[in-house]
Design a protein around this ligand. Structure first.
Ligand code: DAH
Length: 348
C-alpha cells in the first residue's frame, strides 16, 4: 500500500540516480524510470484509490510534490549536462576562424598551349579563321591530295604511323596518324569556295624515337590563304608581320629556296637570332633560326580540290610549335615538354 514513507524512499533513490547520471541519455533513462507512464511515482499515484480518503489526500499531495521536485532536479541536471557537452565539443572540435583558408590549386596552360594561342591570336588579328581536322587521317588528305604520290619518301614506314585498316573501317585508303597539319588545307578547300584564310593548329605524329630534337608527337600550326591575285609578296609580308609580333619588332626574316611537294615555289623561313641580333652565336650558329616552311600553293593542289588555278592563287605555311617555344625560351631538349616535371612546367 502506498505511503508517504515509501514516496520519500523513492524520492531519495531518484535524487541519487539524477545526480549520478553522467550524460543526457542516462538522465533520460532516470526520468522514464521514475516519471514515465509506467514509472514508479506514476504507479504510486495509480494506487491512491485504494487508500482511505484522508490518507489518499496526504499521499496524493506528497506524490505530486515529489514529482515536481524530481522534475526540477532533472531539468537542472539536464542544463548542466548540456553545457558540459557543448564545452567538451568546443574544446575538442574547435575551429580557429582566424587561420587562413586552404588555397585551391589553380592549373595553368602548358607552354605549348600558350604558344599555340599566341600564334593563332596573331593570325586571327590578321583576319584568319581557326580550322581543325582529325588526327587520324586517311592517306588521301595527308599525302595524295597534297601532291605526294604513293612512292613519295615521306610515306615511308620509317616516319609514318599506319593504322591497320580493318581495325577502323573497311576503307580503300590507308589510315594513318597525320604526319603534318597540311591535310586540314585540303579538307577546308574541299568544303568551301575561295577566298580562304585559315590557321590550323594541332598535333602531328612521326615515327621518331624521342631525343633532344625529336618527338613522335608534336604540334604544328598550318596557315593557308587562297584568293584572287595572291602573290609571293603577300606571303612574305604576312610572315614578316607575324614574326615581328611574335618575336619582336627588331627581328628580320630570310627566305631560303626549298622543296615541298604541295607548294611551288617553296621556301624555308628563318628569323634573325634574338640573342646575337643576327651576328651569329652558340644558339643559332649562323645568326638565323629556321622557324617554318612555306610556299605558293601548287596548281596541282588547287585543281585537286576543284579550284581554278587560272583564277585564284594562294600561299601556305607550316610551323613547328615546339621549335618556336624552344627558340623563345632557350629550352635545351624537346623531351622537357612532355616529361611533366613541375619544376620545368611551372616556369611558364
Ligand atoms: N607540312 C610541312 C611539314 O610538316 C610544313 C609545311 C611546309 C607546310 C610548307 C606548308 C607549306 O603549308 O607550305 O614539314
Amino acid at each position: 500500500m502506498a505511503s508517504k514513507a515509501e514516496l520519500d524512499g523513492i524520492y531519495e533513490q531518484a535524487k541519487g540516480a539524477v545526480e549520478s547520471a553522467s550524460d543526457l541519455r542516462a538522465l533520460d533513462q532516470v526520468r522514464v524510470e521514475f516519471l514515465g507512464k509506467k514509472g514508479r511515482i506514476t504507479s504510486v499515484l495509480k494506487t491512491l484509490g485504494q487508500l482511505p480518503a484522508d490518507e489518499r489526500k496526504l499521499v496524493g499531495q506528497a506524490a505530486n510534490e515529489v514529482r515536481r521536485h524530481l522534475e526540477g532536479a532533472i531539468s537542472v541536471k539536464q542544463a548542466a549536462l548540456s553545457r558540459a557537452d557543448v564545452e567538451e565539443r568546443l574544446a575538442t572540435e574547435a575551429v580557429d576562424i582566424t587561420l587562413p583558408g586552404r588555397r585551391v590549386a589553380h592549373g595553368s596552360r602548358h607552354l605549348i598551349s600558350q604558344v599555340i594561342k599566341e600564334i593563332t591570336g596573331i593570325f586571327i588579328g590578321l583576319g584568319y579563321k581557326v580550322a581543325e581536322g582529325p588526327e587520324v587521317e586517311i592517306d588521301y588528305f595527308n599525302f595524295k591530295a597534297l601532291n605526294q604520290p604513293p612512292d613519295h619518301p615521306a610515306r615511308s614506314l620509317q616516319d609514318t604511323f599506319y593504322i591497320k585498316k580493318e581495325s577502323v573501317h573497311p576503307a580503300d585508303d590507308d589510315i594513318l596518324l597525320r604526319t603534318h597539319t597540311s591535310p586540314v588545307q585540303i579538307r577546308v578547300m574541299k568544303e568551301q569556295e575561295p577566298p580562304v584564310y585559315i590557321i590550323a593548329p594541332g598535333k602531328a605524329f612521326r615515327r621518331d624515337v624521342p631525343d633532344p630534337s625529336h618527338l613522335p608527337m608534336f604540334h604544328q600550326v598550318e596557315g593557308l590563304a587562297v584568293d584572287e591575285g595572291i602573290t609571293f609578296g603577300d606571303l612574305k609580308g604576312t610572315l614578316e608581320a607575324f614574326t615581328k609580333q611574335m618575336f619582336g619588332k627588331k627581328r628580320k626574316i630570310r627566305l631560303r629556296p626549298h622543296f615541298f611537294p604541295f607548294t611551288e615555289p617553296s621556301a624555308e623561313v628563318d628569323v634573325s637570332c634574338a640573342v646575337c641580333d643576327g651576328r651569329g652565336c652558340r644558339l643559332c650558329g649562323s645568326g638565323w633560326l629556321e622557324i617554318l616552311g612555306a610556299g605558293m600553293v601548287d596548281p596541282n593542289v588547287l585543281t585537286e580540290v576543284g579550284y581554278d588555278p587560272e583564277k585564284v592563287s594562294g600561299f601556305a605555311f607550316g610551323m613547328g610549335v615546339e621549335r618556336i617555344a624552344l627558340l623563345m625560351h632557350g629550352v635545351p631538349d624537346l623531351r622537357m615538354f612532355i616529361e611533366n616535371d613541375m619544376r620545368f612546367v611551372k616556369q611558364f
